[in-house]
Design a protein around this ligand. Structure first.
Ligand code: PLP
Length: 406
């Protein structure tokens, strides 16, 4: 098909050309005397992204799922109890992994469209007088439903009853796009991946582990080998990896971290909030459709899950968008299959890229008989962005106005 593919799934995201170019390198010896420079550049530049001064960033050749497994098997004893909530396909898969690895899960079943139920976490933690719960699991951004949870509030709940459990946070579709604070929130393991806010291909499990979790790992009896934190920390201290790393991915990571630093992490968050609000304007004001997230406090700034009207199959909207318009939208997963489609708005993107996704979604829906006004989503997003432009880039907007006056 002529023209480029519009990739708007919520990961993998668009890889900036600068990052692609940085990855096009000849293979080299990962045990050379100069290799530690690359390792250290990546690990050091990850610290501010996790907002930590004391925890250890850890990179496994894997994806986010590998980080889930590493967190559980490094920090827990076989059969330990964890407290988790489930409100979408990814929080479900993490719970499923806990069960399959033999941990006992106290499960807070939560309606899809809502986020982590802090009051219920608090109730479970305060009832756990024997401190049998060894880890508290929170999915910061449930990619399947477009819902963001309040991790700081879960930490406050833990502190309010002085519960000593470790706090594991899935920030796969949050890190480097939505604010995440390892030290301030007392997170023990942050779980993420390369293919979302870090703007890389999939293939790196990007994690960060507190000193408390590394201490717990020393005596934790769960079996692990490839994903052993201690082996990784020891090799990293000398600037190396315990096995062959993906060198191009490390060059790509170094470049994407440089891009994030140049833009400024807080500006990156602001850009995501601003772009997300434009997409939500398209959905709610333009198309008059509903989001899966049931209240504004749950709205995700990295992905919008859009409910299709009764009688319309969301999977057909996605198929039409892909086959006819070369636009890749995110599918409804599991319980919400067919009921929604998702627009990913994270990573390297701007208003015009998103207008393409909004216009393509609109055309695909119109083709399938969804009663929306042609152009309504595009207009609502434009109106939002034009009236809030100063949020995105005050300097550019001021400059543009001066230019016009001259
Ligand atoms: N957690 C969340 C919130 C995700 O969105 C994903 C993937 O999209 C995962 C975990 C699993 O990560 P991966 O597919 O990188 O293994």
């Amino acid at each position: 098909m002529a023209g480029r593919n519009f990739l708007f799934v919520p990961g993998p995201t668009n890889v900036p050309d600068r990052v692609t170019r940085a990855m096009m390198v000849a293979m080299e010896d990962h045990r050379s005397s100069s290799f530690p420079e690359l390792t250290r550049a990546c690990l050091n530049a990850l610290m501010p992204v996790f907002k930590t001064m004391t925890a250890s960033p850890i990179l496994f050749p894997s994806s986010g799922t590998g980080c889930w497994e590493a967190a559980l098997t490094n920090c827990l004893n076989a059969g330990d109890k964890v407290l988790a909530s489930r409100f979408g396909q990814f929080s479900h898969l993490w719970v499923d992994m806990c069960t399959r690895l033999g941990y006992e899960v106290e499960l807070l079943e939560t309606p899809w469209g809502e986020g982590a139920p802090v009051e219920r976490y608090l109730a479970s933690l305060s009832a756990d007088k024997q401190h049998r719960i060894k880890a508290v699991l929170v999915c910061q951004n449930e990619t399947a439903t477009g819902v963001t949870s309040d991790v700081a509030a879960v930490r406050r709940a833990m502190d309010s009853v002085k519960h000593p459990a470790l706090l594991f946070v899935d920030a796969v579709s949050a890190l480097a796009s939505i604010d995440f604070r390892m030290d301030e929130w007392g997170v023990d393991v942050c779980i993420s991946g390369s293919q979302k806010g870090l703007m890389l291909p999939a293939g790196l499990a990007v994690s960060c582990v507190s000193q408390k979790a590394l201490e717990a790992a020393k005596s934790a009896s769960s079996r692990r080998c490839y994903f052993d934190y201690a082996d990784m920390v020891q090799a990293n201290a000398a600037g190396y990896f315990p096995y062959t790393p993906s060198v191009p991915m490390l060059y790509g990571l170094r470049e994407s971290l440089a891009m994030l630093a140049e833009e400024g992490l807080e500006n990156v968050f602001r850009r995501h909030t601003y772009l997300a609000a434009g997409v939500r304007a398209a959905v709610v004001e333009g198309w008059k459709l509903k989001l899966c997230a049931t209240a504004p406090k749950w709205y995700s700034d990295t992905v919008s899950a859009i409910m299709v009207p009764e009688g319309i199959n969301g999977a057909e909207v996605i198929a039409r968008a892909f086959k006819r318009y070369n636009l890749a939208l995110g599918a409804g997963l599991s319980k919400v299959a067919g009921k929604l489609f998702r627009i990913g708005h994270l990573g390297d993107l701007n208003e015009l890229m998103l207008l393409g996704a909004i216009a393509g979604s609109e055309m695909a829906m119109l083709d399938l008989g969804v009663r929306i006004e042609p152009g309504s989503g595009v207009a609502a997003a434009q109106n939002y962005w034009r009236s809030n432009a100063s949020v995105a880039d005050p300097k550019t907007v001021a400059g543009a106005k001066e230019g016009m006056a001259a």
